[in-house]
Design a protein around this ligand. Structure first.
Ligand code: UT7
Length: 333
């Protein structure tokens, strides 16, 4: 069995910064409420007059990741694209990036596991590399969420949290210096509707004969924030410990935990439970909000860029979100 490793990273954030004070002009909210409950100060929302789609953001992140890995783009054997905000109902974003990169007819797979999407994609990439089927896989997490958020007071619990952006990694056949040790995936579908967007889907569609039949709420995300929060703190801790136990490590061995950026309070809760020092965890939700499937690759790429993680560090990635789905990956970076 081969080993796999992350050989390159990149991210792309749309330039349009939206502050908490900007939001308080659109809805009944405040900088104080948002910062106290979520830790978020700013997020990036694509300029509605100049939309950059999730495939285009993913493409831009991919270009940086390819450059950082030092491979030629023609060496990429497969594309895995994690998103819940694709350009089209079908086909998926992976094929759009295959075309944008001008690659040969390599396979492209889309993954729809929301906040855990990047961990799921990384796990698939790891397995493909381990079996020897592929040598270099482009893994992207990218989300364009701002257009579907309800920006009225009605939707304030969700719209203040979510942001747009993309991150990408090249997962390559490993060497002795760095390797993905293990990945761990879980789901619990009985909570599917606690965090969901029902439509558009085959059973939640606009009735062309009578468009008034459809309630607009089904085309906006819905979340039972308290239930999600309570489950998140438990599952994050469990799945991080699962990865550490599997590899005979303890929280002390982690150089950097990069949790999915759901809410700064969730990250701080996990940090406290695992007794991690401030230098053992990386958060950037303050600047970008919750970018769902893009949050881990953006944070990973930014942490690398800012020397918060270095080659050889033990890095743990962990996510929890819609599904519910959750997962972790432990690696020597
Ligand atoms: O990434 C996917 C996973 N997602 C998550 O992990 C998110 C998990 N959940 C959360 O992060 C939190 O539940 C929220 C940040 C969404 C909400 O925080 P909370 O502390 O659970 O607040 P709440 O929903 O209990 O609401 C408290 C109050 C309510 O008012 P009343 O009923 O007490 O008068 C809300 O109406 O805050 C009100 N509220 C707001 N006020 C100002 C809700 N949203 C806002 C807002 N601005 N944006």
């Amino acid at each position: 069995m081969y080993k796999s490793r992350i050989s390159g990273l990149g991210h792309f954030l749309p330039p349009n910064v939206v502050s908490n004070n900007d939001l308080s002009k659109l809805m009944d909210t405040s900088d104080k409420w948002i910062q106290e409950r979520t830790g978020i100060q700013n997020r990036r929302w694509v300029d509605p007059e100049n939309i950059i789609s999730s495939s285009q953001m993913g493409f831009r992140a991919a270009l940086t990741a390819i450059e950082s890995s030092g491979i030629d783009k023609s060496d990429i054997d497969h594309i895995l694209f994690a998103t819940i905000s694709p350009d089209h109902y079908f086909p998926g974003n992976g094929v759009l990036v295959q075309d944008l990169l001008g690659l040969d007819t390599i396979g492209a797979t889309d993954i729809r596991n929301a906040c855990s999407g990047f961990i799921y994609a990384l796990s698939v990439a790891n397995a493909y590399i381990q079996t020897g089927q592929y040598e270099n896989i482009l893994v992207i997490g990218s989300e364009l969420q701002s257009p579907v958020l309800d920006k009225s007071t009605n939707g304030r619990d969700l719209s203040v949290i979510f942001g747009d952006g993309a991150g990408a990694a090249i997962v390559s056949r490993g060497n002795n210096e760095s390797e993905i040790f293990s990945t761990h995936l879980h789901s619990e579908g009985r909570n599917a509707l606690e965090l969901s967007m029902k439509g558009p889907s085959a059973i939640h569609w606009i009735d062309k004969q009578d468009p008034t039949k459809v309630s607009p709420e089904i085309f906006a995300p819905q979340m039972n924030g308290t239930v999600v929060f309570k489950n998140a703190v438990v599952r994050f801790e469990q799945v991080i410990l699962e990865a550490l136990n599997k590899n005979g490590m303890t929280p002390e061995d982690i150089n950097c935990l990069i949790p999915h950026q759901a809410n700064l309070r969730i990250s701080q809760f996990i940090q406290k439970k695992l007794r991690l020092r401030d230098d053992q965890i990386f958060n950037n939700i303050q600047n970008y909000g919750n970018t769902t499937g893009a949050s881990i690759p953006i944070a990973l790429s930014e942490a690398f860029q800012n020397n918060k993680i270095r080659r050889g560090d033990i890095v743990c990635l962990a996510a929890f979100g819609a599904g519910f789905t959750w997962g972790s990956a432990l690696l020597k970076f």
